[in-house]
Design a protein around this ligand. Structure first.
Ligand code: 5GP
Ligand code: MG
Length: 180
């Protein structure tokens, strides 16, 4: 796997150190609130597991799984493939995401969960790629791990064709990998 990586953008140490910092902020934010922490599958799994262990308050864990709408003319449309099972009405909800790219997926997730009337709804994304944001998407993540340049990244949960999710760092693939 490592031999397919052209450049490591964020090392394992940098990720873990940033997660500890975010953990301190989120521990303060959610003290006494018993939040529901919702992860968006599958890219978030590695970040989720590390992040929740640094949020040192009682909490509940839940997951959503989205898929792109496979219909005729609709592009960028999303459907819920697996919804949260915890009743989040009146609860403090924190969304964890792998990457905020065009914004379609997070915008959809945010509106979907907001319609269930949580007491509060905040977003923490490991990566933010602001250059790719679709016009019209104005949602601002409350917590960002790292801002990344406009390149396709893999590792630490993020895949290319379902591969590379288990790399402990975030990197950029060599271009010949796409040609294989
Ligand atoms: P969106 O474009 O809706 O903001 O991002 C949707 C999803 O596309 C993300 O949750 C992530 O799974 C995937 N994605 C976006 N940018 C990248 C990237 O640079 N690398 C990888 N591996 N996945 C990405
Ligand atoms: Mg994702």
């Amino acid at each position: 796997m490592d031999q397919d990586i052209a450049q490591i953008l964020i090392t394992e140490e940098q990720i873990q150190s940033r997660i500890r910092e975010l953990g301190e902020e989120l521990t303060r934010e959610y003290a006494g609130k018993n939040p529901v922490i919702v992860g968006v599958l599958k890219g978030v799994v590695i970040f989720y597991a590390d992040m929740v262990r640094q949020i040192k308050v009682p909490c509940q864990m839940d997951f959503m799984w989205l898929s792109s709408y496979q219909g005729t003319s609709s592009t960028g449309g999303m459907v819920v493939k697996r919804d949260v099972t915890v009743d989040i009405q009146g609860r403090h909800v924190l969304i964890l995401e792998d990457i905020y790219d065009t914004g379609n997926s997070l915008d959809f997730t945010y509106r979907h969960l907001l319609s269930k009337n949580p007491a509060s709804l905040k977003i923490c994304t490991l990566l933010d790629k602001p250059e790719r944001r679709k016009p019209g998407i104005t949602l601002k993540p409350d917590y960002v791990g790292f801002t990344v340049p406009n390149a396709f990244v893999v590792g630490y949960g993020l895949d290319y064709n379902e591969q590379y999710r288990n790399l402990p760092y975030v990197g950029i693939l060599k271009s010949d990998v796409y040609e294989k």
